[in-house]
Design a protein around this ligand. Structure first.
Ligand SMILES: Cc1cc2nc3c(=O)[nH]c(=O)nc-3n(C[C@H](O)[C@H](O)[C@H](O)COP(=O)(O)O)c2cc1C
Ligand code: SF4
Length: 371
């Protein structure tokens, strides 16, 4: 049997195969982040279809960190009963599910548009414009957000999840602190790498102080900025962050990008229709592998069994994370497991976000609708 279908331990958590459904926002929550039956069914369906570890779409830890109006929230204890339904559905079919928790910082569009507390790490050029300027975070704001991550993780455990994942990628708040492009602070939260990584390290400590010692705490780490001229967070810095997080007790790092520009995205994240175009963050995963000994996963354009087997067999990462192919084919892992190992049907066209007449985002495979 392929190693892809062998079990693995992440901390004390046994996962039945090497596949992670990478966190995927589905635009299904209400304005306060409460989930309904549709979210429960969606995650339950992935569990029934043999996804080893499912990571929920990102959930904000405070209203000030809300980007989309219909993303998940875990900002207070009232969210626990809804998520309990989700974890029960997954556990009934012997699946595993972790929640991704986040604060979106200067990308908190809904916070900005609804008059919420809209904050940025620093005021820099090129920040998203939501018709209103963010204000720079004070020391007190930062401490409050760190504490909120801890409280959110406590709720995640109380709701029966098998683990929690910090969103430390894609230009959201933890990424904004790490990147010298968005962090121009001159206090203990900015400047040197040690200072820029203080936020994510303290988030990790805050979480650890609120959950059981053996509760899996993971991170999706944007280990490098991909912008023109190679400016921003380097992979050498990203590796040091990974090493520091391992020391703090993180038990799985999912490797992704930090800030990326459109040129990079178009070239590497779209139109992945052949094996040569797959796995755009594999070179970075190789570097991180050298500095860490905990389980690693990698996301980004992973589509075909030979490529995935090569990654796992060579030991670069221990797990494989997939997002868009599971929007198109929620049964993909089961299909592969049962022997139909044709590559994923997803052509990485990037059209999974669909806006309806009322301006509401709907997440589904636009290609599938066409066919
Ligand atoms: C519809 C959609 C929603 C996403 N939501 C999240 C999210 O909530 N958290 C996150 O870390 N990444 C999110 N991502 C990024 C994916 O998890 C993943 O990193 C990216 O799509 C690359 O993987 P892929 O090539 O397998 O799709 C989302 C991507 C898509 C297309
Ligand atoms: S719209 Fe469909 S084919 Fe295109 S990226 Fe999304 S899931 Fe893949």
């Amino acid at each position: 049997m392929s190693k892809l279908f062998e079990p693995i331990y992440v901390g004390n958590l046994e996962i039945k195969n090497r596949f992670i459904r990478s966190a995927t926002y589905y635009a299904l929550s209400d304005i306060d982040g409460y989930i309904g039956q549709e979210s429960v069914d969606l995650i339950g369906r992935l569990a029934e279809n043999e996804v080893g570890l499912i990571i929920t779409g990102y959930a904000y830890v405070l209203k000030s960190g809300q980007s989309y109006p219909d993303m998940n929230g875990i900002q207070d204890d009232d969210h626990i009963p809804g998520f309990l339904k989700m974890t029960r559905a997954v556990h009934e079919v012997d699946g595993r599910v972790a929640m991704q928790i986040a604060h979106c910082g200067s990308a908190s569009e809904t916070a900005a548009k609804t008059g919420g507390d809209f904050m940025a790490v620093s005021m820099v050029e090129g920040m998203p414009d939501y018709g209103r300027k963010a204000r720079e975070m004070t020391e007190e704001d930062i401490e409050k957000i760190i504490e909120a991550f801890g409280q959110a993780a406590r709720r995640v455990q109380e709701a029966g999840f098998d683990g929690v994942q910090i969103h430390g990628a894609h230009g959201y708040l933890a990424s904004q602190f790490l990147s010298p492009l968005s962090n121009k602070r001159e206090d203990r939260w900015g400047g040197s790498l040690e200072n820029r990584m203080r936020f994510v390290i303290e988030v990790c400590c805050s979480i650890k102080s609120q959950v059981d010692d053996d509760f899996p705490v993971m991170i999706k780490l944007g280990c490098k900025d991909y912008v023109k001229d190679g400016r921003g967070l380097t992979i050498e810095e990203g590796t040091k962050v990974a090493e520091a997080l391992e020391k703090e007790g993180i038990c799985l790092i999912e490797i992704s990008h930090s800030i990326q520009d459109n040129t990079f995205r178009k070239k590497n994240m779209l139109g992945i229709t052949s094996e040569e175009k797959e796995a755009c963050f594999l070179p970075e995963a190789r570097v991180i592998r050298k500095g860490t000994s905990i389980p690693l996963s990698v996301v980004g354009g992973l589509r075909s069994i030979p490529v995935l087997e090569d990654i796992i067999e060579s030991g670069v990462t221990d797990m494989i994370s997939i997002c868009r192919p599971l929007i198109r084919e929620p049964g993909l892992i089961k299909r592969w497991m049962e022997g139909d190992q044709r590559r994923a049907d997803c052509i990485s066209c990037g059209r999974c976000f669909n806006i309806d007449d009322k301006g509401k985002i709907n997440v589904y495979c636009n290609q599938l609708k066409k066919e």
